[in-house]
Design a protein around this ligand. Structure first.
Ligand SMILES: Nc1ncnc2c1ncn2[C@@H]1O[C@H](COP(=O)(O)OP(=O)(O)OP(=O)(O)O)[C@@H](O)[C@H]1O
Ligand SMILES: [Mg+2]
Length: 376
């Protein structure tokens, strides 16, 4: 499918020599929901602003529908941007807020009313068009702001951390709401966030950024399950990174650390005898019932419970396995575990982990990522 938007080698250096965006190339499909994810200062907003025309690249090109828009001012681009504070005009009703841009553009009264009504229906606020912003809840105000940004049918909607000011509960509701609205209108959304859960819930693809560059881009499940770098692995969720010695064989490698010995079919370029960081997602490790084996495609290991944290529907267990660090296991409190009873501190437990969930990363790279995280 042809791309609606293409960035080719886009670079932006600010005065003082800060390279905010460094050679980004990317194609976005029509109707896609793409999020740019990364820590503060990695260049997310700058990238978004260059798509919107509020900032110009000093190298590279931006193509929209096959047309070069690199040097076009914002008003020449069929692109709208929704800002974090999404300020509505306080002296205008919801309907007037939504229709404002159309009136400015000289769209007739009848058509404006029709399009505003369609937008109010779309955001499920049909009965509230006459209310002032102060008479709406924060979530409703945000939906009005979204309708205002969509009413003139932009080809692309840009959203810079649209939900970051909301409290946790409303944020969750709006994540689903925003995704539904995207699906209803079919407009291409490009959203910036630094919230990894949010990006996974909402988007078709996530672009993980690091220091102005694309670290990895892909579907949420691919990034989470098959991170290409330690940075992506650590950024998208909790991970064990256990220093382990690699023994290569015909079926990949076996990684060993203390009592831990697991098969890693995808051992990459890890050399025989080298030490690598063994990546294991805590929830991919299962506690085994008494006497049960790991089963095909999985390795079993034993450990001593060092600490246990109960969180209602799950339990987090830190296991001492005689390696440089404990292994963290995240286990749902399913009926099996509830019936068997939780282990206590000091108990020996057996676990299993599926081979295809494992990866080996460069230990120095892991240390660098952990130092970056600690500094942030
Ligand atoms: N107008 C500017 N002048 C100079 N430097 C800037 C300007 N805007 C951004 N920068 C710098 O460019 C880098 C990227 O900034 P950007 O705002 O794109 O980051 P971000 O990923 O959106 O971060 P955050 O999550 O904090 O919003 C940062 O180092 C920032 O200080
Ligand atoms: Mg930003």
């Amino acid at each position: 499918m042809a791309h609606i938007l293409e960035l080719g080698g886009v670079t932006k250096t600010f005065r003082g020599g800060v390279v905010a965006v460094d050679d980004i190339s990317l194609g976005i499909s029509e109707g896609e929901y793409l999020t740019m994810l990364g820590p503060s200062g990695c260049g997310k907003t700058t990238t978004l602003r260059m798509i919107g025309g509020f900032e110009y690249p000093d190298r590279g090109s931006i193509m929209l529908d096959g047309r070069d828009i690199t040097d076009d001012p914002p008003f020449r681009r069929p692109v709208n941007m929704m800002f974090q504070d999404f300020a509505l005009f306080p002296h205008m009703t919801a309907a007037e807020n939504i229709g404002y841009g159309l009136r400015i553009a000289g769209v007739g009264r009848g058509e404006t009313e029709e399009r505003v009504r369609a937008m109010l229906d779309m955001i499920e606020l049909s009965e509230m068009g006459g209310r002032m912003p102060s008479q709406l809840s924060i979530g409703q105000r945000q939906r009005v702001a979204l309708a205002r940004a969509l009413v003139n049918n932009p080809r692309i909607l840009l959203l810079d951390e649209p939900l970051s000011a909301l409290d946790a509960k409303l944020k969750e509701t709006m994540q689903v709401e925003l995704r539904h609205i995207h699906d209803r209108v079919g407009v291409t959304f490009v959203m910036v966030t630094h919230d990894q859960t949010e990006s996974m819930i909402m988007s078709d693809r996530i672009m993980v950024m690091r220091a102005g560059r694309i670290e990895q881009i892909g579907r949420p499940t691919d990034l989470y399950d098959r991170p290409e770098t330690a940075y992506v692995a650590e950024f998208l969720g909790a991970s064990n990174m256990i220093p382990a010695t690699v023994a290569r064989d015909g079926a990949g490698a076996v990684a060993r650390a203390g009592d831990l010995s697991v098969r890693v079919p995808d051992a990459g370029d890890a050399a025989d005898g080298s030490v690598r960081s063994l990546f294991m997602r805590p929830e991919k490790i299962r506690l085994l019932a008494d006497g049960a084996g790991a089963g095909a495609g999985a390795s079993a290991f034993c450990g001593t419970v060092k600490e246990l944290f109960f969180s209602g529907n799950a339990v987090r267990i830190d296991l001492e396995v005689g390696a440089d660090r404990p292994v963290t296991v995240h286990h749902p409190l399913d009926t099996g575990l509830a019936a068997a009873g939780l282990p206590g501190v000091g108990d020996r437990v057996a676990c299993a982990v599926g081979h295809d969930t494992l990866k080996l990363f460069d230990t120095a790279e892991v240390a660098a990522v952990e130092a970056e995280e600690a500094a942030a």
